[in-house]
Design a protein. Structure first.
Length: 613
């Protein structure tokens, strides 16, 4: 190989030695990139100075060529339940198969100061609660929207946003990331895509558009290496052939009402068989169930339209057909109203009153609360549209996710759930939860449900089994902590564990009472505090029990305890969060701001995890 000499080049002895050590280690692609970069960054110098022999041999890009775009792609995800994480990983595998160098990371694991070093950035983010970022995206979101956010003029980016259109702030987190990256100087690789609950198809299209756009910007040599490859499927990413897009029919082994006689609640403990599925899970994961609508509601809806239930409709782009009744039973969502749905119905039917309704955000928000599709037809119909045209505007039936209440180590080939039956009256009609009432009233042992495992790395027991754990889960929020306890018992874990449980009445609503007592006696559970809100004159909740034990709770935190919260986000989880900050403030003699940072640091360290809904 030709070597650079000081006498025949513009480099001094030290520079020549460094170049002679570097050049033999470069791949052909790296040499091409380097040649193009030098040519474009300093055209005049490149034409005036003699090129090194080693670089000449590599056939450098002509001086007029632009520098090649980096093949390094960073994918950051903000995920609460695991969907955004799974899609980020799928995008990463697809890009890797197309010749890119990919880093996939949770936003909480990414150092924000490294953002200015990234040239190609993909964001996959869900929206949580009322437009909030997921827990593992909070710190990154705050950094990006704060004063320390860097200028990103050299950044290319694209955002995939996940949400639920039944919420007012649909895909808000993704929209905020997309807007902020543009404000900081970034340029879009591909337009942002906002996904509703049925996100598989639009997400796949987004991945394809990103791969195509990035591939088109590569230098010719690199582009040739980046040959097209199909997107990675769910089945390829898991050992089991069953997934979100191909659910397993799990047989119901047992269904028991956990509440005692006289309770105004019905909480079902359901055990399902996973035998033959190949599905596996860890405590903290969830089970997705694809339910069926109430046959009575479906029949009333068809009658309100005056349609023939046996008329066939096409349900997807593949041309699959079902009878209208079966399609409304199994394929379409008919119990949840959203503003986008009302807009589509108004456009389809041309009803003036509907247009007036959707013209006011406040009126729409009030109207959709507690109403379903039958209400719309009864109030504004009947509509002179065909069944096919109407079902075309409906959303596909989304799966319902339930925190798994069992350990696979303790219950091989089984998965257990804790499901509260939802019944209420609104706007003059009795209403019910689609999946919970299906399980409570219309299914029994021997029947089957289409299910899949929703892995959630954001709600997991500590890697170190000696780490103390504090679990806060009133009502059905107890489910994952039953799984935690079963796992710890099976593995012989000896680390301290403290449970806070609450419900309405001790006598009728103490879910899994005998199991908790057994774990206390055996030492698997160190301590348990309970709050039964209707057994006292003043309502007592789990956050009150936390305050009563604030000194000891803070001692556990100082010893490195991990805190887990499961259940209702809007009320319980919010109150628990504020209580946790107050305890740290009081017992740690900190300011409110210091206490908030203490809790935020716990989240960053994965010592504070929430499974809330």
């Amino acid at each position: 190989m030709l070597q650079l000499q000081v006498t025949n080049s513009p480099f001094n002895e030290e520079q020549a030695e460094l170049l002679n050590r570097l050049l033999p280690t470069l791949t052909e692609g790296q040499k091409v990139w380097l040649g193009g970069f030098l040519a474009a960054s300093s055209p005049a110098a490149a034409s005036a100075a003699p090129a090194p022999a080693a670089v000449e041999a590599a056939a450098p890009v002509p001086a007029a060529a632009a520098p090649a775009v980096s093949k390094d792609v960073t994918i950051l995800y903000g995920s609460q339940t695991g969907n955004a994480q799974r899609l980020a990983q799928k995008a990463g595998q697809t890009l890797q198969s197309n010749g890119f160098n990919v880093t996939v990371s949770a936003m909480s694991d990414f150092k924000p100061n490294n953002l200015k070093k990234v040239q190609n950035l993909l964001i996959v983010a869900s929206t949580h609660g009322e437009g909030d970022p997921p827990d593992n995206a909070i710190t990154f979101h705050e950094f990006l929207h704060g004063k320390r956010a860097p200028k990103l003029d050299d950044l290319q980016f694209s955002v995939l946003s996940l949400g639920d259109s039944s919420y007012e702030f649909f895909c808000q987190t993704g929209k905020e990331f997309d807007q902020r990256l543009e404000e900081l100087g970034g340029k879009r690789i591909a337009p942002r895509v906002d996904c509703d609950l049925d996100f598989d198809e639009p997400a796949a299209e987004w991945i394809d558009s990103v791969v195509k756009s990035l591939s088109e910007t590569l230098a010719p040599a690199a582009q040739a290496a980046a040959t097209a490859a199909p997107a990675v499927t769910d089945a390829q990413m898991t050992e089991s052939e069953y997934s979100r897009t191909n659910p397993f029919r799990a047989e119901i082994l047992e269904s028991i009402n956990l509440n005692g006689r006289g309770s105004n609640k019905e909480t079902r403990h359901i055990e399902l068989s996973l035998e033959g599925s190949g599905l596996t899970y860890k405590p903290g994961d969830a089970l997705g169930i694809y339910p069926e609508n109430d046959p009575k509601l479906v029949d009333e809806l068809i009658a309100a339209f005056g349609w023939n239930p046996d008329e066939t409709v096409t349900i997807n782009k593949q041309g699959d057909v079902l009878s209208l009744r079966n399609a409304l039973l199994t394929h379409y969502e008919i119990t949840v109203l959203t503003k986008p749905l009302l807009e589509k119905i108004a456009q389809l039917t041309g009803v003036d009153e509907l247009h007036e309704l959707i013209g006011s955000s406040d009126k729409v928000k009030e109207y959709v609360n507690g109403r379903d599709l039958l209400d719309v037809v009864q109030q504004f119909g009947p509509f002179g549209v065909s069944p096919q045209d109407f079902v075309n505007v409906l959303r596909k039936m989304p799966a319902r996710l339930y925190s798994i209440a069992s350990s696979l180590e303790a219950n091989p080939d089984e998965v257990h759930l804790t499901i509260g039956a939802v019944r209420y009256n609104a706007n003059g009609r009795d209403r019910s939860g689609v999946c919970s009432i299906l399980c409570a009233e219309r299914l029994e042992a021997g029947d089957t449900l289409p299910v899949y495992i929703q892995h959630n790395d954001n709600f997991k027991l500590p890697a170190n089994p000696e780490t103390p754990v504090i679990m806060i889960g009133p009502g059905t929020g107890v489910a994952p902590f039953r799984a935690f306890m079963q796992e710890r018992e099976e593995l012989g874990t000896e680390g301290p564990a403290w449970m806070f449980f609450g419900d309405q009445h001790f006598v009728t609503d103490f879910l899994y009472q005998t199991e908790w007592q057994k774990w206390l006696e055996s030492g698997v559970l160190t301590k348990m505090d309970v709050a039964f809100s209707r057994d006292t004159d003043e309502k007592v909740y789990v956050q009150h029990r936390m305050q009563e034990s604030s000194k000891e709770l803070f001692q556990w935190l100082q010893q490195g305890a991990a805190v887990y919260v499961c259940g209702d986000e809007k009320n319980m989880a919010h109150d628990v969060h504020q209580t946790l900050i107050s305890i740290v403030e009081k017992e740690g003699s900190m300011s409110r701001e210091q206490a908030e940072k203490y809790v935020a640091d716990m989240q960053q360290q994965k010592r504070y995890q929430r499974d809330v809904y």
